[in-house]
Write a protein that binds this ligand. Structure first.
Ligand code: SF4
Length: 424
């Protein structure tokens, strides 16, 4: 079994019994968070124990979670820790990631409460922040000086094409992001930096300062594809501080300050929105000059949506393909057709060219900020961040013939694609 295949939280049974074409809004309601006892709020247990950190902290391996804070400490994805040689492990069909994803860390954790997220505030009742799973994997905490030393000595073997700072929602994260960024650009000259921002605590001036300090790409995790789903999953619906308007304000500021091809937005597919909702955001962001980075909804263990079904593959594949056509083939939303529920029923794209794009497979790889390979190939490959290896949603490597066959079959469950040459 791959080290990144986390079997502890199987998809609920009923979800596998009824074939679903898409996740509708009615079914995708988050559960209500339980109250957090006073003695567990704001990282109180970690702060009371006040265990000093010693080197790398592997989640759930110690009795006491140390009191670690950015910028002295950062967390990194399991895949990044394996690539950097900080953790031992193997990944299914890939040996590394191309992006060093760093997460700011504090005993208080993220102060937001997003319903699909393993880092959300309601989890302080059951798990300390540094021990929480996020996009399906654990995130070891590492002294930032160690990360810089290893990178400066070439310890990644040139495998990282990008570094990304994930800000989370915390009163110190704006200032600490600047410190982490400044220290990186002073010492590491061969790996550009992306910012995964936290618009809720930011102003336009903050965006400008990150650009001035040397960030190359700025991203906003919209995550939800319409205002209602946003409010339900990361706003008032779950006692979380985010607002659709504020996220778009900062995204527009990023478009102006960072410029074309240097900003983007994350969107999760399958939280109750329609295909039309997602692709409307994708087209708007493309028209502004940016790109959309897509995530397949997966019920994260311990989150407020962990009882809900992952995005059905037919829905995911058609949106993945349509997004690729808009982002990298100059296609437009207006040329696609949708049914009355907003499901995509016609790509409006020449059949032979569509088949060639499916055969190439790039449309079905993980999407995100680019690396050194090509503009449409993401450095941020997030191995198994949105699916188990047994049913890959975002491929973190080039697709083989058998993968294409599977993707094509999933696409055709949702809408007929017309004839294609046998054997492809
Ligand atoms: S702001 Fe980001 S890290 Fe915090 S709960 Fe929401 S999605 Fe998770």
């Amino acid at each position: 079994m791959s080290c990144l295949d986390m079997p502890r939280h199987p998809v609920p049974d009923f979800l596998n019994k009824t074939p679903r074409d898409y996740n509708d809004a009615e079914s995708m309601r988050p559960r209500v968070p339980s109250p957090v006892p006073l003695e567990a709020r704001n990282g109180a247990r970690v702060k009371a124990q006040s265990a000093a950190p010693h080197g790398v902290y592997l989640p759930n391996n110690n009795i006491l979670t140390p009191a670690m804070r950015s910028p002295a400490y950062v967390q990194m994805s399991t895949a990044a820790a394996i690539t950097l040689g900080i953790m031992k492990g193997m990944m299914h069909r890939t040996s590394c990631t191309r992006c060093l994803n760093l997460l700011l860390t504090y005993p208080e954790g993220c102060r937001a409460n997003c319903a699909y997220c393993g880092l959300a505030r309601h989890r302080e009742a059951e798990r300390n922040y540094a021990d929480r799973n996020f996009i399906r994997v654990d995130w070891p905490a590492v002294p930032y000086d160690d990360v810089l030393d290893i990178m400066e000595a070439g310890g990644d073997g040139g495998r990282f094409h990008r570094m990304c700072i994930s800000m989370i929602t915390h009163p110190n994260s704006d200032a600490d992001t600047r410190v982490v960024l400044r220290r990186w650009v002073e010492r590491i000259h061969h790996v550009p930096v992306s910012i995964l921002s936290n618009p809720t605590t930011m102003t336009r001036q903050d965006v400008q300062e990150l650009k001035d300090l040397g960030a190359e790409i700025f991203t906003v995790a919209l995550d939800a594809a319409n205002p209602e789903i946003f409010d339900r999953t990361r706003g008032r619906g779950v006692a979380s501080p985010h607002s659709w308007q504020k996220y778009w304000e900062i995204l527009r500021a990023a478009a102006e300050i960072f410029g074309p091809e240097k900003f983007g937005a994350h969107i999760i597919v399958g939280m109750g929105e329609s295909d039309y909702d997602v692709l409307t955001q994708v087209q708007t962001i493309r028209d502004m000059g940016g790109h959309s980075h897509m995530f397949a909804f997966f019920p994260e263990r311990g989150s407020l949506m962990d009882h809900l079904p992952p995005v059905p593959r037919p829905q995911w594949r058609r949106v993945q393909l349509a997004r690729y056509l808009i982002d990298y083939r100059g296609h437009r939303l207006e040329r696609m057709r949708f049914d009355e529920a907003g499901r995509l029923i016609d790509f409006g794209y020449p059949q032979d060219e569509l088949q060639a794009i499916i055969d190439a497979g790039t449309a079905f790889r993980t999407s995100g900020c680019p690396g050194k390979e090509a503009a449409d190939i993401s450095a941020c490959d997030r191995p198994y961040g949105d699916s188990p290896p047994s049913d890959i949603a975002s491929y973190p490597f080039p697709l083989k013939r058998r993968d294409i066959k599977r993707v094509r079959a999933q696409l055709e469950q949702g809408l007929p694609l017309g004839p294609h040459e046998p054997g492809r």
